[in-house]
Design a binder for this molecule. Sequence first.
Ligand code: NAD
Ligand code: UDP
Length: 338
Amino acid sequence: MRVLVTGGAGYIGSHTCIELLKDGHVPVVVDNFCNSKPEALRRVRELSGQDFPVHDLDVRDREGLRKIFLQEKPEAVIHFAGLKAVGESVAQPWRYYDNNLVSTLVLVEVMQEAGCRQLVFSSSATVYGMPDQVPLHESAPLRAINPYGRSKLMIEDMLRDLVQAEPSWRIALLRYFNPVGAHESGRIGEDPNGIPNNLMPFISQVAVGRLPRLRIFGGDYDTPDGTGVRDYLHVVDLALGHVRALDWLAQATQGGATAINLGTGQGHSVLEMVAAFEAASARAIPCDIVPRRPGDAASCYADTALAEKLLGWKAQRGIADMCRDAWRWQSQNPQGYV
Ligand code: NAD
Ligand code: UDP
């Protein structure tokens, strides 16, 4: 199947392109490279030994996107393109709403015109806000607590409204937990701009000597060791979840917009992740426990039963694999894609 992949040069998109190619699909990438580099896609070609179309375009460019649909005739879309930094979204909410909402509005309009009605959307566990209880089931209350999270929740709502009005649309709203790690070749991985906000890229950069020490935000949570607990998910497992979601949509006999958690269902603390990374890299990660980061939940992990039931998908890789592959990528590419 020809699959339009918006944001296909990014961290999750590049890994998904590899798994799509492996499964016999043709990714058609649309990316404006605002948070990625063409080198990632060159490496996807190198790893897969296959070529595929790439369009340097902002998804908000309606005319440009129309031309791509006419030329490429995709049958389905995976919509990764978006801005994703929580702190930046608080400082620049309009930029986030403009990019994330308008890109989705334009994309859906162009898909509708082209008669392409299968969509996989990158949502996030952030739509749950502060969980009342874990594991988080898809039916848990939705209450995003920052502009980034609200942009995801608004898009979910928009897509649910679309399906009410146009029941032939088939949409998977994939709520990712914490994607980490890299392709096992070490050739592609996460390449954040500036100082990372997320735990795993921060730890990797400490291990490789780019940053001096890790600050652990809070040691007094109500968790087994006092540090925050999250559901870390290997990016290759996540990529495979997208391929399964496409298969599921293609076989669906009726339309709908279905939210599905993608996580492992296991929670791991910051200290556990530090220890796993130290073991994988054979390097010490100097760290200090500092006050909690505002807005952080103590514990957040997924109920994964729906993904198993609907998609037949279950994460296979554990935190030792995640840390090994993250380290391979970081140590072989200490400055990212340069
Ligand atoms: P990323 O920044 O690496 O990839 C996003 C890609 O989209 C980049 O290549 C960027 O250049 C492109 N892009 C952004 N706006 C665009 C636009 N208007 N037009 C064309 N291209 C555009 O991010 P990622 O980690 O790969 O995340 C992919 C998606 O998954 C995002 O929507 C993100 O919000 C969502 N998500 C990510 C995480 C995570 O922790 N990485 C967790 C939950 C959800
Ligand atoms: N964290 C930390 N130090 C950092 C970055 C993150 O202690 O430099 C903690 C954070 O408080 C949370 C966990 O690591 O408990 C995961 O944070 P991340 O930002 O990666 O994901 P999110 O909070 O969005 O789930």
